[in-house]
Design a protein around this ligand. Sequence first.
Ligand code: HEC
Length: 177
Amino acid sequence: MSNPARRIQCSATIDVSGHRASRPPLVIRKLLCIVSVLVFALYLAGCNQGPDSPRGFSLPEGSAEAGKQVFVELQCTSCHKVAQVELPAPEIALDMLIVLGGQRASHMTYGELVTSIINPSHKFIRGHSREAVQKEGVSKMPLYNDVMTVSQLINLVTFLQQQYEVLPYQTTYYPYF
Ligand code: HEC
């Protein structure tokens, strides 16, 4: 009995006269490649321009120094340390230490920072167990939306954004044998 997988492979590569079927000409292959790249780019552009896209979002410039004070005043220090920044001890230190700032493989964007403060359950921090940071899909971080002013938010974000360092891109190393 002939192997069906083998038959399928043969029909794809050999034409009726027994010659190897030729691949489409280079120009056609190039054209197909360009068209697929364009379609993909249009798809991405479409995703970024919708009514829910962050396009056009911008907060006025804030003060990092004022943001640091807000961080202490609002007792963010109960649960957070900020890498390489000395901050006064919190009134109540909770057993939930999450370090903000430091090295990351990619930028912590302005949008991500604002979102993680005003909508903490939108996306959970990586590198911590689920139980440590959320309960039934809700972040253990309190909501400050009714107590924080917009100016405090702007300053907090300015302060925190300066604490992140972006790691240089690591190229793949191919050993030479
Ligand atoms: C009761 C503890 C608690 C307090 C107080 C708290 N947070 Fe959080 N925070 C968390 C937890 C838990 C997470 C991780 C879960 C998540 O991403 O929502 C988090 C995540 C964050 C993140 C995202 C970090 C990342 O790398 O994704 C930021 C930014 C942040 N908090 C800022 C603040 C600021 C600013 C304050 C004070 C206004 C504050 N937090 C107060 C518990 C707390």
